[in-house]
Design a protein around this ligand. Structure first.
Ligand SMILES: [Fe+2]
Length: 211
């Protein structure tokens, strides 16, 4: 036994098979099986089976890593969009990050499914992106807003919805973004939804954003 295999095989091993875990020509690691029986892997077909399993495991590990990278890219893209709106309004800097954190914490407390946790986090980042479409003179106005200016501000959930409309999210995000200013009694906007008509995730964003 070489020093390399002795560190892979447990004490008392008499037979060891070591294979490569690779995918797309890239070595990802090694896989080993061992037995306390001498000549344990000499039966016909065993070596081929081991090679098949090694190959499939290599591809599965590679796919899992690629999925993880894609997911990281997804979240960093979503956060970039959120930062674009936070950068426009210094008063609310970091607002989208906080809403995403609070919304996910609320959803977790309600013991909602993982998919819903991701949906509210994502909607938390994106809910106010529509403010990009509101003129700075209104968005950053220090004094009281006129009725007309306020109705411009009230258009931001619809603009947010339009911005994310082309995105095919893996879970329901768009209704959460559109309806984050609805109110249980129907006094909210943009659609004046009442009670249970408002998606649960949108109610969570509404509470977490409190704006
Ligand atoms: Fe909002």
């Amino acid at each position: 036994m070489t020093p390399a295999t002795s560190s892979i095989a447990p004490p008392g091993s008499q037979s060891v098979l070591v294979g490569r875990l690779s995918s797309r020509g890239k070595l990802l690691g090694l896989i080993a099986v061992s037995s306390t029986r001498r000549g344990a892997f000499s039966e016909p077909g065993q070596m081929e089976l081991f090679v098949d399993i090694s190959n499939q495991a290599g591809v599965a590990i590679d796919n899992a890593e690629m999925y993880k990278r894609l997911e990281e890219t997804f979240w960093s893209t979503i956060r970039s969009l959120a930062e674009a709106i936070d950068a426009k309004d210094s008063y609310t800097r970091g607002h989208s990050d906080r809403v995403a954190d609070y919304a996910e914490a609320l959803a977790r407390k309600l013991e909602l499914e993982d998919e819903m946790l991701s949906a509210v986090r994502c909607a938390g980042y994106l809910h106010d992106t529509g403010k990009i479409g509101i003129p700075d003179a209104i968005l950053l106005k220090p004094g009281k807003l006129t009725e007309e200016e306020y109705s411009e501000i009230m258009s931001h959930p619809v603009i947010s919805h339009k911005i994310i409309e082309p995105v095919d999210f893996p879970y329901e995000v768009k209704p959460l973004v559109r309806h984050h200013h609805e109110r249980i009694d129907g006094s909210g906007y943009p659609d004046g939804l009442v009670g249970d008509e408002i998606p649960l995730g949108a109610r969570i964003i509404g509470i977490a954003s409190n704006d």
